[in-house]
Each structure stands twice: as structure tokens, then as C-alpha cells.
Write a protein that binds this ligand. Structure first.
Ligand code: CO
Length: 211
């Protein structure tokens, strides 16, 4: 059997198991999509949003990219954010990074990853640059990477708050709360790094005053 055929076979087994256990399962899910959470996570295969949070299909709206970045020109991410905030009306947006992130590690090297990856990793290098005094003072490489993972999550949460999508929802509906989390590959635990409540203030240069 080819590797991809096993996925299709296991899908059939899963669907059968679900309906055996709960005959209305798919009928119910097909008619509602009202998740409370938007998850912005890393594409890393070891960090599946639903598995590590014990949530079921229908509970989390998910966007994933390398190193869970929030880039204000990324139409893909902004469309997901707009839809989740303004149509699904989620109450929580979670940015979840993870220790040992390959994207963060790559950005800490001076290696040329060629065109597109260089562009993407540049965003993480910019985070490093913002916090370079703190980071350069850490001698242990693994600790330094882990700290950049945390700071990167914090920075991405602040970037969410800089969007008019979030500021408008904060002003008109007092939601969503923004969460910055980091998942540990070694122990499976999620650590809270940074939160922003609706209405939080940021550098005034990024605040819209006529929303
Ligand atoms: Co990663």
C-alpha cells in the first residue's frame, strides 16, 4: 500500500467508527460551524491544534503557517482573521508557537534559504532584532531559541492588535481576547506567554481613532 492510500483507508475506518459511536455526528457537524476560537499556529506536524487541546471538529477555526506569523500583508491570514472575527464571531484568538520551532531556528542562522523562505524568515529575524539585547545575553543556544519562540508569539499577538479588524471588534463588541501561547514538544504542555484583553492600548501610532 502506498503511504497516501493508508490515509484514505484510515479515513474510512475513522468515519465508520464515529458513526457507530454517534450516528448523528456528521449530520450535526455539517449544519453548524460556530467555533469560539481562532487558532494561529505553526505548520509543524507535531503541533495539531485539536489534538493538543482535546477539542473536537467544529470547535477551533485554524490557520497555520511556518512559525505562526501574523503579517499585515498576508491576504490568507487576514481573510481567516476577518472571517473568524466578523462572521463566526470568535471570542478568542490564540497564537500558539512551540519550543524547538524549525522556522525560528532557521531564522537564527545566516544561511541562505533562497527566495521565498528568506522572505518569510526575515519576519522572525526582525523580531530577533527588536529583542537582540535580551537574546544575545543568553549563552545557551537552545534557551536562546526558546526565548525567541516566546518573544515571537508575543510580537505576533501585538501585530494582531495593530489590525483594524481586531481594533474594530474590540471597540464595537468588546471581543476577542488575544492569547499568546507556547507548546512544549517535550512535555506536551502549553504555557501562557502573553494576553491582550479587548480595549488594550498599544503604541498610539498603530491605533485607529475613527473606526
Ligand atoms: Co514551528
Amino acid at each position: 500500500m502506498k503511504a497516501y492510500e493508508k490515509l484514505l483507508q484510515d479515513n474510512k475506518a475513522w468515519a465508520n467508527e464515529m458513526t457507530e459511536h454517534d450516528p448523528e455526528y456528521f449530520n450535526r457537524l455539517a449544519h453548524i460551524q460556530k467555533p469560539q476560537f481562532l487558532w494561529i499556529g505553526c505548520s509543524d506536524s507535531r503541533v495539531p491544534a485539536d489534538r493538543i487541546t482535546g477539542t473536537q471538529p467544529g470547535e477551533i477555526f485554524v490557520h497555520r503557517n511556518i512559525a505562526n506569523l501574523v503579517i499585515h500583508t498576508d491576504v490568507n491570514l487576514l481573510s481567516v482573521l476577518d472571517y473568524a472575527v466578523n462572521h463566526i464571531k470568535v471570542n478568542h484568538v490564540i497564537v500558539c508557537g512551540h519550543y524547538g520551532c524549525g522556522g525560528v531556528k532557521a531564522a537564527m542562522t545566516n544561511h541562505d534559504y533562497k527566495y521565498v523562505l528568506n522572505m518569510w524568515l526575515r519576519n522572525i529575524k526582525d523580531v530577533y532584532s527588536l529583542y537582540k539585547d535580551e537574546l544575545n545575553a543568553i549563552e545557551d543556544e537552545e534557551q536562546k531559541t526558546d526565548r525567541l519562540v516566546e518573544l515571537n508569539v508575543k510580537e505576533q499577538v501585538m501585530r494582531l492588535a495593530k489590525t483594524s479588524i481586531i481594533q474594530r471588534a474590540w471597540k464595537n463588541e468588546n471581543r476577542p481576547m488575544l492569547h499568546g501561547w507556547v507548546y512544549g514538544l517535550k512535555d506536551g504542555l502549553i504555557k501562557t506567554i502573553f494576553n491582550m484583553l479587548p480595549g488594550s492600548h498599544l503604541d498610539s501610532i498603530y491605533e485607529y481613532d475613527d473606526l
